[in-house]
Design a protein around this ligand. Structure first.
Ligand code: ADP
Ligand code: ADP
Length: 224
């Protein structure tokens, strides 16, 4: 059973006569340990697809299933039965952590909220190891981390809650090429090792090449 099925999913903004399709019908499946690179021109709807898979918005049509179960359904509020199963690595990770909290506290909070587990120490150390995040950095605040370290911290936070699917939207676009390369490597390796499926939106052909598969999103045809 695939961890993620995206079945004829489309995206749209607005409603009625003002509705505009921004994601052409997209279909693919992702198995545990696999990675899929989502590529396509700017404005094709790649971020829209990432948000739909994250459960942050509903598709206009089609279905998303996580481990065979409906995840988000057209035109309804996203049904996120088990929110922990799909986790995101945001584009601006430093801004996704609470500024006054240490990374450790932010991750512990995410684990507690999404899994109910109160003692997250073991999960945090394991996730930091997977993400190649130095454990001393767990006691830093987000502003004290470099861009690459903040990305690793966000990967660790995502993995600490035990997701089946990891979604990264342009995870390395704000990093210099060398840091981007090592963060991408850590992302691919850690998702595979954790047994999660990885969906990466990327413009980087080298990163796309290292994924199991590439899904190319074509811009939708507008009839305005
Ligand atoms: P990509 O990630 O491939 O560049 P996006 O998913 O970000 O594409 O955007 C697809 C289209 O949807 C673009 O034309 C964009 O302007 C439009 N769009 C994005 N967000 C919104 C929004 N909140 N409201 C209306 N249109 C939006
Ligand atoms: P809540 O609204 O329940 O407090 P958060 O905004 O803290 O939820 O997000 C919880 C998790 O959802 C984050 O740890 C991250 O994995 C994921 N997430 C939320 N928004 C995004 C986003 N825009 N891009 C990627 N991941 C996201």
């Amino acid at each position: 059973l695939p961890v993620l099925e995206v079945d004829e999913v489309t995206g749209a903004y607005g409603r009625g006569a003002r509705m505009r399709q921004v994601l052409a019908p997209t279909t693919f499946a992702l198995h545990a340990g696999e990675s899929v690179a989502v590529v396509g021109p700017s404005g094709a709807g790649k971020s829209t697809l990432a948000d739909i898979v994250l459960g942050l918005r509903a598709p206009a049509s089609g279905a998303v299933r996580v481990q065979g179960e409906a995840w988000v359904e057209p035109t309804r509020q996203p049904v996120r039965v088990q929110r922990r199963l799909v986790q995101g690595v945001p584009q601006d990770p430093a801004a996704s952590f609470v500024p006054r909290w240490t990374i450790r506290i932010s991750i512990a909070q995410a684990v507690r909220r999404l899994t109910g587990v109160r003692d997250a120490d073991e999960a945090i150390l394991r996730a930091a190891g997977l993400a190649h995040l130095e454990t001393t950095l767990l006691d830093h605040r987000p502003a004290q981390l470099s861009g690459g370290q903040a990305q690793r911290a966000a990967i660790a936070r995502a993995l600490a809650v035990g997701p089946q699917v990891l979604v990264a939207d342009e995870p390395t676009s704000a990093l210099d090429p060398e840091t981007a390369n090592s963060v991408s490597q850590a992302l691919l390796a850690s998702a595979a090792e954790a047994g999660a499926g990885l969906l990466i939106v990327t413009h980087d052909p080298h990163l796309a090449q290292r994924c199991t598969r590439t899904v190319t999103i074509a811009p939708p045809q507008h009839n305005s």
